[in-house]
Write a protein that binds this ligand. Sequence first.
Ligand SMILES: Cc1cc2nc3c(=O)[nH]c(=O)nc-3n(C[C@H](O)[C@H](O)[C@H](O)COP(=O)(O)OP(=O)(O)OC[C@H]3O[C@@H](n4cnc5c(N)ncnc54)[C@H](O)[C@@H]3O)c2cc1C
Length: 469
Amino acid sequence: MQGQKMILQNSVIDKFRAIAGPEFVLTDYEDRYCYAYDATAIGEELYLPDAVILPENKGQISEILKIANENSIPVVTRGAGTNLVGACIPLKGGIVLHTSRINRILDIDKNNLLCTVEPGVVVEKLQQEVEKQGLFYPPDPASLKVSTVGGSIAQSSGGPRGFKYGTTRDYVLGLEIMLADGTIVKTGGKTVKNVTGYNLTQLLVGSEGTLGIITEATLRLIPLPEQRQVLLACFKEIDQAVNAVTGIISAKITPSTLDIMDKNTMQTIEKFHKTGLPTDMDAVLVLEVDGFKESVQVQTEQIINICRELGAKNIRASQNRQETDEIWFARRSAFGAVARLRPNVLTEDAVVPRDKIPDMVREIRRIADKYSLTVCIMGHIGDGNIHPNFSLDLRNEDEARRFEKAAAELFESALELGGTLSGEHGIGYFKSPFMLKALGRRNIELMKSIKNIFDPNGILNPDKVFERI
Ligand SMILES: Cc1cc2nc3c(=O)[nH]c(=O)nc-3n(C[C@H](O)[C@H](O)[C@H](O)COP(=O)(O)OP(=O)(O)OC[C@H]3O[C@@H](n4cnc5c(N)ncnc54)[C@H](O)[C@@H]3O)c2cc1C
């Protein structure tokens, strides 16, 4: 791989250097190597970009895009590269535009309950800053310590709080977008209501960098809940945990979080971090209730009663912020822990209607057994969104093949149960072969026509989402 032929001419790279500054245009093999991957393990192929550019502002992005468009140079935008579907992998080389330097919180508007931010702002940083003002930005992908607002909008990321608060999509009011030819378009705005024409804002949310580059976002905020209470409900059988979820939902209680981790997941976490999870149990529910103090108390009692009635062996309630953080630390370290088990971890993200959750969990276990694969099940069970994390060694060709078959079967099962391929991770490169089956040809044709209008030369994140069909 070393010394791979550069596609970009030096004269073009010199133009990029003149725009962004020479030290912010990376062309060394070692630098480019890091940007050939994202958080997805999708085999051994290596896709090197020709150059990585770290622009400082949107003016520079615009100038870079103009050159890229004129010369048909592929452009992959990258936030923190934490997506799990190969969305940042520069399949066709070209340039990677890394947004990490465009990272200012421009405004927190307490009167209108909104904020305006640049794409490279890290999600947790935004949450911390708005919390200082008694406000709340709920979207909480487990990667929030590093993932960016731009990336989370482009993937329409979700997280544990989706059950009560929805996902990133529900907080995006307006966007500033750089089109492929470098022109700027503003969509939506600062109003909470807006039906002026087609909703281009929501079209851009979840578009995975294929339609435009997000250079600014106006996001909705809500008041910070007065109190939070986390519960860890432990079950001998995973089916009991799933039934408890149904029990809670049908009792019309709305916890902010209804997450699950199975035994394999807990044992894996405990192997690397001692967090006190009950590794002898088949599953735990991680529940969080928030709101006014009195309401939190009532809901907590109701949930404890329902979980006990439906077989919970033990229920741990956090007593203070530190205990709350410890439980969340355990939940958020799940992916990282599984990733340390073996060389690769591949995460699925199927979502099914809530009443089909027990069937989906059974299917995951059946399929993993059938193909002799190790799976750790976790996810946002209240949303019907389950993440089976397969722990693998993709250098083992037989295991890689077994995984491919298992993944295909999993998607089939999700579709048969009335669900779909992805609840929050998106499609990227990894899941694009399944799009036709999930959506049908006409849907794909419509999407391709839209892509063509936004990006006629096909330079923005090529070969992603549906392009392999
Ligand atoms: C440990 C771990 C836990 C995770 N937990 C969750 C979870 O709970 N929920 C969830 O939904 N996801 C989760 N993810 C997936 C991932 O973290 C999210 O999708 C995240 O929001 C992506 O942000 P990012 O900055 O890393 O984006 P990147 O991975 O850098 O980019 C993602 C996509 O967005 C595009 N993009 C990035 N910035 C822009 C921009 N400014 N304009 C246009 N397009 C852009 C990229 O081209 C790419 O297509 C997890 C990942 C890991 C590794």
